[in-house]
Design a binder for this molecule. Structure first.
Ligand code: NDP
Length: 342
């Protein structure tokens, strides 16, 4: 087997030198454990955080440790009555060709129901994140307006589609004309703005006001940065902001030069929350997996019927995982970023 390890911690954007490739013997499962051959592995923005040695909601990957990831694959050997060779399972195996996990940390996947890759995206952690954040914290109501950035990714596309089905006007923000076309044509957003086409938050805000003539009731926060600066002054009273992620700042950075003029200093932001009675809720989806069965019950049939759409971007080969990961952080992915391990 081989695995991709963290060779060094990045300063700013990760580089190829931050990763190393290690050969290792295939691990043997202990009592109650299961050995899985990973077929597909997920690449997610949170992995950037695990590369830093900073205090966070999860421990960092140690230097020399296997990069963290969820994956789906076939059971090769099992010391648990709950899994047999030939079964398919999802687990946190890491950036590796083979992984051993306790059976109670695995979720059985039925490959005859849906493609197994969906367990990493639309029906996995990211899709669940979009559904949970929107329905529980966004509290959508028909006739309202929702804005979400990274609109064609697995979180944003779920948010937009669930909101549309609930009767909201949905405005996506995405990087580039192709992604904006995908947002409106495939994911049914009423409008999409290409954040790369705007030099600053002010110009983005002007078009956002046009795209949201009744203001913004839910800003599902995926990115921070220029998009946050543009949206904040357009929020309606009693608006909701589920804070899901802030990818524009994962490699460091802060509010742009125009933020002060727009009143987006810390006092300005707090005042905006106060006078508009905004509900701002951060959440980490791993704390809410008790709701995962409800998500699957509601969403899986809609994915199976095509009512809810999804797009996957599959890189070939574990050796290409670092390149695909670095590209995804900068918006190079078209849909859920996955790596085909075999
Ligand atoms: P995506 O597959 O959408 O990939 C990330 C996307 O972020 C890129 O494709 C790019 O899209 C966008 N992006 C990158 N840099 C910028 C920037 N400077 N400004 C605006 N957009 C940028 O990711 P996911 O759907 O997996 O995740 C979306 C967000 O949700 C992330 O912030 C992630 O960390 C967060 N998340 C949070 C969870 C939680 O528990 N709170 C769980 C899962 C995800 P584009 O080219 O369209 O700009």
């Amino acid at each position: 087997m081989y695995r991709v390890a963290l060779a060094s911690r990045p300063t700013g954007a990760p580089e190829a030198a931050n990763f190393s490739y290690e050969n290792a013997p295939i691990p043997t499962p202990g009592d109650g454990e299961v050995l899985v051959r990973v077929h597909y592995m997920s690449l997610d923005p949170y992995m950037r955080g695990r590369m830093d040695d900073a205090k966070s909601y999860a421990a960092p990957v140690p230097i020399g440790g296997t990069m963290e990831a969820g994956g789906v694959g076939e059971v090769l050997a099992s010391n648990s009555p709950h899994f047999a060779p030939g079964d398919f399972a999802f687990g946190m195996f890491g950036w590796t060709t083979h992984g051993v996990q306790p059976a109670n940390m695995l979720r059985k996947i039925d490959p005859t129901q849906m493609p197994i890759t969906t367990a990493l995206g639309v029906l996995g952690m990211p899709g669940f994140t979009g559904w949970y954040g929107l329905t529980e914290l966004g509290r959508p109501k028909a006739g309202e307006t929702l804005v979400v950035a990274a609109a064609t990714g697995p979180v944003g596309s779920m948010v937009g589609q669930v909101a549309r089905l609930a009767g909201l006007r949905t405005v996506g923000i995405a990087g580039g004309a192709d992604k904006c076309r995908l947002a409106t044509e495939t994911f049914g957003f009423d409008a999409c703005l290409d954040h790369r086409a705007y030099p600053d938050a002010k110009s983005l805000r002007a078009d956002l006001r046009e795209a949201c003539p009744d203001g913004v009731d839910i800003y599902f926060e995926n990115v921070g940065g220029k998009v946050l600066e543009a949206v904040m002054p357009v929020m309606n009273p009693h608006g909701r902001i589920p804070i899901c992620g802030m990818i524009s700042w994962y490699n460091a950075g802060g509010l742009g030069a125009g933020a002060r003029d727009a009143g987006l200093t810390a006092p300005g932001l707090w005042r905006n929350i106060l006078v508009n009675f905004l509900s701002v809720n951060g959440f980490i989806i791993s704390n809410h997996f008790d709701r995962y069965p409800a998500f699957l019950t509601e969403v899986a049939p809609k994915v199976a019927s095509g009512e809810l759409r999804y797009i996957e971007d599959i890189a070939e080969g574990l050796e290409n995982a670092p390149t695909a990961f670095m590209s995804m952080l900068g918006g190079g992915n078209m849909g859920k970023q996955i790596v085909k391990v075999i």
